[in-house]
Structure formats: C-alpha cells, structure tokens
Design a protein around this ligand. Structure first.
Ligand SMILES: [Mn+2]
Length: 430
C-alpha cells in the first residue's frame, strides 16, 4: 500500500459499533472483493470491498472477517481468514500479510489461513442461531457482476438453512455514515492531495490544452502523494461537454473562451475526496460566465450552512431548490411565469440544475447513509450545485466536501482549495 499505516484502534472501534447492533448468538461474515479478470492472465487493479476494510483494515484479496461476539471461547469472537503466505510464496507472488502483520493492521488476534475456513465455521455454526449476511442495498447500486460477497452469501445460506438470516447492510449504512476523527483525517488527506493537483493544473491550462493532458497532470500529483489515483472516473469537460453530466471521454481540445468543468479528486487509503471546479481556458471568465459562476457559488455557500444535525434530506433539497430558483431568476434564465406554473414534482429550476445537491462521502465516493433519517454530527457530505446552459456553451458546477458539526458552522474540508473567481484567475495567470 502507498498510504501510511492506519492505527488499528480505528478498526477496533468500528467493529465494536457493529457488534453492539448484533442480535444475541449471531455470526457476521465479510469478504474481500475478487480481483477482476480482463482476459488472458491480465486483471484490473485490486480494489478492496469497503465493508471488510472498514471493519478490519485488511486491504488484500481472498480475506474473510468473522464476528461472533457471543462465541463460547474468547478466541472465536473475531477472526480473520487470509490467503496463506510463507517465504516461498512471498518470492513468487509478492508479500501478503502474515499473521503478525494481520494483527498489527486489524487488532484481531485469531488469524487462520483461508483453507481452514469451512472447518472452523462448521463448529461456530453449531453454537449460533443467526447469520448476518452482507447484501448491497446502496440506493444507487446497480450490480450485474456477482461479487465474492454475493457468491459467499449464496453458499452460506444454502449450507446452513436452519439459521435465521439478518442484514448487515442497515447497520453498516448507519455506522459508516458517521465518521470517526481518524476517518475525517484520512478524508482530509485525500482533499489535501486533490488541492495540490488543482493548484498544479491552474497555471498549466492554456488554450489548446487537451482534456487528457489535464488528467495526466492530476494523476501525476496524486500518485506522488501516496494516492492510488482518482477516487472515481474523472470528468474533465470543456465547453458544451460540461452539459453531459457523466462525460468521461476527456479527449477534446480546450478552446479559448470556453470553461472547463473538472469533477476530479484523489483517493487516499481507500477514502475518497470529491471536488468540482470550473475554470476558464483563457485564464479569465467572461462577465456572463462570472455572473453564473458566482450564482452557483452563492447556492453552494447557502446550502453548506444547512448541513447541520437534524436536517432532513428531502427538506434540504427543497430549500436548495428555492435558493437556486431565485438565482436563475436573477440571471434571466427563468421568469416569474416559469416559476408560477411549475410542476411541483419537477420544479422549473431543474431545467438548469437537474441533479441532487449532496451525497454522503467517505470510503465510497457515494457513501453509505440512510437518506430518510436526520443528519448527524460527523457525517460528511458533498455540496455540489450546478447551472448547465447548453444554449450558451457552458456548464458550471462547484463542489466541496463538508463535515456536519455538533454545534457551529459546518466544516469545509476543501476550504483551502481555490474557489473565488479572483483567486483562480490570479493563479492561472501566475
Ligand atoms: Mn459528488
């Protein structure tokens, strides 16, 4: 791993939060992701399943975490099963965690090799009544591939049909959405790396630069700061491409007079950051571009203030919509009749701002969190309003990552990343 070692105390705390929600006499199991094949013997880079990482810090394929808090013997209460390693395997396949390293990483004392799993499990199943299976219930998930976790769930339920089944996912959604201070520090590090990359490209962008050249500058800065790379597929969209919300080709020339919308950010230690800035190719915004930019910025600043404990997701979006509506009236993009006649299910502002304002952010870029429950302190949200005007050849989105505070103003993890028109223009012309 490129990232610095994380204190295992974080994973001990995370497990304790999960265990506290488990029913009596129950077992919960979490699996690594597979390494996904391409063809022949090539594969995609490994990306750990965030749930096993959150609960153990184990960042390696073919790993299993088992929790059984009511087990009769103490050494059965938490266990890891890992891919076997020894000196011979290390030479041929590269270093994998040994048992001592697995303990240092996770704080878990009982570590077996994977080939012992079924036998050990069989004994534990005779003592337990309920199994916690980990299905993916994220509100945006559309998974066609059968994950290692899903494959395991099928096998487990089939092998032990007399056990009651319970769901891990709602517990994880709740505990993962409220971050520990160590997690906020890791997200802050991802944001700081993103800041460096953004400052690197500001003086680099000139008319004629290719979108992929900007992408290359960014990934260079990410990797040299211990990030694996982009936290999500980067969007570097000049001119009207910014009005294609999921434009990821990044293959066009950036022309004088256009804006570039960049939704690009680094991961660090599997934690995401999520940034959007929209900058002028020439280094100067036109008066119209500046007016729209500052309208989006005001909406972002007002929306940020609403990210406080107790705020309800649905009400938040209604209020942001009202602020956006008044900005669009000010810009002449909507008139009073548009607003008076609007469909409450699809208000007039949606013509120019058609996506949500915020999402939970953390180990996943669109992180866990139950959207019908009120916001809590130490949740991390993006704030990302935008105004998209195909008829004028540009779209503007501005996005920061925000921590809800128990009291006082929400904390902006991206407060150091240039955002004001003057600062961006000064840095681009430096
Ligand atoms: Mn986002």
């Amino acid at each position: 791993m490129k990232y610095h070692t994380i204190d295992s105390n974080l994973f001990v705390k995370n497990r304790n939060k999960f265990i506290a929600q488990m029913k009596p006499n129950s077992v919960a199991i979490f699996n690594s992701n597979d390494i996904y094949p391409v063809s022949a013997d090539s594969s995609l880079p490994f990306a750990q399943h965030r749930d096993i990482f959150y609960l153990s810090g184990i960042d390696q394929e073919e790993s299993i975490l088992l929790l059984f808090p009511d087990a009769p013997y103490e050494n059965q209460r938490e266990m890891l099963f890992l891919k076997e390693t020894n000196e011979h395997i290390a030479i041929w396949e590269g270093a994998k965690l040994n048992k001592e390293q697995a303990f240092t990483t996770s704080g878990i004392k009982t570590v077996y090799w994977l080939q012992n799993f079924e036998k050990v499990l069989a004994e534990l199943m005779t003592y337990s009544d309920t199994i916690y299976i980990n299905t993916n219930e994220h509100y945006r998930a559309e998974v066609e591939t059968e994950t290692r976790e899903a494959r395991f769930v099928k096998w487990w339920k089939n092998k032990y049909p007399a056990h009651t089944v319970a769901k891990s996912n709602p517990i994880l959604q709740r505990i993962r959405s409220v971050k520990e201070p160590e997690e906020i520090a890791l997200i802050q590090e991802a944001c700081n790396i993103t800041d460096k990359a953004f400052r690197r490209i500001l003086p680099f962008v000139k008319p004629g630069v290719m979108e992929y050249e900007i992408e290359a500058e960014m990934i260079h800065e990410f990797v040299r700061n211990r990030s694996k790379g982009f936290a999500y597929t980067p969007i570097i969209a000049s001119g009207n491409s910014a009005n294609v919300l999921h434009y990821i080709e990044n293959n066009k020339a950036c022309n004088d007079g256009e804006l570039i919308l960049m939704d690009t950010a680094a991961e660090y230690a599997n934690y995401s950051s999520d940034l959007t800035r929209t900058i002028p190719v020439s280094g100067r915004y036109s008066p119209r571009q500046k007016a729209v930019y500052n309208a989006v910025l005001r909406v972002k600043n007002e929306a940020t203030k609403m990210l406080t404990p107790g705020t309800l997701w649905k009400q938040y979006h209604i209020e942001v919509g009202q602020i956006m509506t008044s900005e669009l009236l000010g810009l002449g993009l909507l008139d009073k009749a548009d607003v008076q006649n609007e469909d409450p299910e699809w208000p007039a502002y949606k013509k120019y701002f058609m996506h949500g304002t915020s999402h939970h952010m953390g180990l996943d870029t669109h992180d866990y969190g139950i959207l019908t429950e009120p916001m809590k302190a130490n949740m991390v949200f993006t704030v990302e309003p935008g105004i998209y005007i195909p008829a004028e050849g540009f779209g503007i989105r501005i996005e920061d990552d925000i921590v809800v505070q128990e009291t006082g103003e929400p904390f902006n993890l991206m407060k150091n990343i240039p955002i004001e028109v003057d600062e961006i223009e000064t840095l681009m012309n430096a």
